[in-house]
Design a protein around this ligand. Sequence first.
Ligand SMILES: *Cc1c(COP(=O)(O)O)cnc(C)c1O
Length: 366
Amino acid sequence: MNDITFFKAFNPPTTNRRIVRKINNIISSGQFICGKHVKFFETAFAKYHQVKYCTALNSGTAALHLALLALNIGHPDEVILPSHTFFATAEAISLVGAKPVFADIDSKTMTIDPQDVESKINSHTKAIIPVHLYGQLAAIKKLKKVANKHGLFLIEDAAQAHGARLNQQKAGTFGQIGCFSFYPTKNLGAFGEAGATITNSKKLDQKIKMLRDHGQEKKYFHRFIGLNYRLNEIQAVVLKEKLFLLDLWVKKRQQIASWYQADLNHLDHIILPQSKKPQHHAYHLFVIRVKNRNQLQNYLSRKNISTMIHYPIPIHHQPPYKKIYSKLKLPHTDTVVSQILSLPLYPQLKRHQVFKITNTIKSFYT
Ligand SMILES: *Cc1c(COP(=O)(O)O)cnc(C)c1O
């Protein structure tokens, strides 16, 4: 079959051989937790972002959770975030006992609208969590201004934005703490679950390092109530080796996005991702907007082309939140969510496959 899957993770064989060799060494050493590889990866990931500190964790959700705990955010604080994101962004806020306050998105960029953010600030507001959705930075300059003006923390959910930047400054480095996920499908993916925080604050980083390890300041001396959010050595080795590929793979993603743009830009039925600087976009996902989205998705599926919807239900409509937020109106979020469709995009996708996808989309409309 000529199936085009939505996602495929394959590394160059040389990278895989190196990883296997290092995993064998870990197995022989017996040191699976708190060894040298986690530290190696942290140093490399901090350096990649030109920041001082990185703490490796066992998921992106853990990164968001610990960022909030490290900043002492909890009940009755409020944290502003988009509703159009992966559930974990809101979950972390609720887990620390704070209240998620959902702001609308700018329908052009599909990221949080700084004006709507500002209108939702009150005396309980402690932080803003912009999400660099689909690999594109949110309006980070404006958000930073709003945060500074009102004395709020800025925590970036950069789980989809490894390698995205604004000029030379990378996603995750604009606020107090940047949060990353290395879930296998992300731009930098582990061989399982993993995540990290980055920061320039020694104090915040030390607290996050204690919190990930049961709040331990030293062995069996527990300064805080923490969690077990440690990353294991095997995932750290995988990430360290794959970090070398990140920039190259982001370039490939940008090239594939440019093929989609070239093939589809003259179609009136489709709104393509809009980016002033495509060279800054990390293209974690290539998300188009169309009116008859479900029919198009079914049609593509019948032609063996897999697509997905990121995400089909905004968070304020999800069961744990929908009663509390039944009166909340986020018109741009609701419209955009009914129209979005994510097309296949991974570094090894070939030109002829993109042609097949775009020609099939064209045939749907004619
Ligand atoms: C993937 C993702 C997360 C959660 O990361 P996990 O590693 O799966 O816990 C959080 N926020 C966004 C925007 C994500 O895409």
